[in-house]
Design a protein around this ligand. Sequence first.
Ligand code: GLU
Length: 283
Amino acid sequence: MAGDAIRRTRFAPSPTGLLHLGHAYAALIAAQEASPGQFLLRIEDIDRDRCKPEYEAAIYDDLLWLGLDWQHPVMRQTDRMDAYQDALTQLAPLCYPCSCRRGDIRAALSAPQEGALPAGPDGLIYPGTCRHRPMDETGPDDVIRLDTARAFDALGIENLSFRDECILPDQDHILSRDEFLDGIGDVILSRRGMGTSYHLAVVIDDAEQGITHITRGKDLFDSTWIHVLLQKLLKLPTPIYHHHRLIRDDSGKRLAKRDDARALRHYRDDGTTPAQIRQMLNL
Ligand code: GLU
C-alpha cells in the first residue's frame, strides 16, 4: 500500500472528550497536506476506560461541520487487536515482562540521585529492574517492554533518522543509540490490560493505512523516535513527518480536552462559522 505515489495523511483522535480548537487545527492541516491525495481518519480508542461512543459520534459530527471529508472505512483501533498481537509476537525476542508500578520506578530512580527524575516521551526512564525476565513468565499484571539496547543490537545500527516537512525541513533529524537509551529508554509496547500501547498501535496502523505523511502536533515530536525504531524492527516504511505548531489558550497553555470552553461544539452553539474557525487558526 505504502509503495504507491498517492500522498496519504490521517487525523487520529481519541474519543475521550469533545474536539477543541487544537484538534480542528490538526484535522484541517492533515486534510490540507493530503491534497491532492487522500485524507484518512482513525479512531484511537485503545483506552477503553476513557473512550466513549458519544465522543466518537461527536468527532464525525464536528469534522463534517468543519467541511472535512475522509476516506471510508474509518479505522478503529479496537478492531485491530489481532494485528497488535502479531507484532508483539514478532518483537517478543527483544521484549520482557515488567511488573514495576510507577512508585517502584520512582523509588529505583531516586536512589542514586536527587532532584527531578529523568523522563522522556514514554514517561520515566525505566531503570531496568525486570530486564532479566523471560517472556514466557509474563503474568496478567505485567506490561511488555522493549529492551531497547537489544533492539539496536539486533538492527546493527547506531542512529535513527527521519525527515520533517515543518521542523528543519532541509535536513535529517538524527538520534544516536545512546541518546535513545538515556533519553527514552525501554518503552512500553503493551500496557496492563490493554493488549498494546499508543506507540505500537500507531506504527502498525499508519503502515496499514499506507500513510505517507504524518501530520500531528509538535508535542509528539520526541515520540517519533520510538515510532521510527519500531518501524525498523517491524520492517515498515518510515513516512515523512510534519509536526505542526500547537494551539494555545490566551495564557499560552496548550489546549486539553477538559478545557470545555475551547470545544468546537461550544463555538458552534455560539453561532461561530467554520470559516471563522479557520480564521481564528490563521488558516
Ligand atoms: N491519538 C493521538 C491524540 O489524540 C494522536 C496520535 C498521532 O497523531 O500520532 O493525541
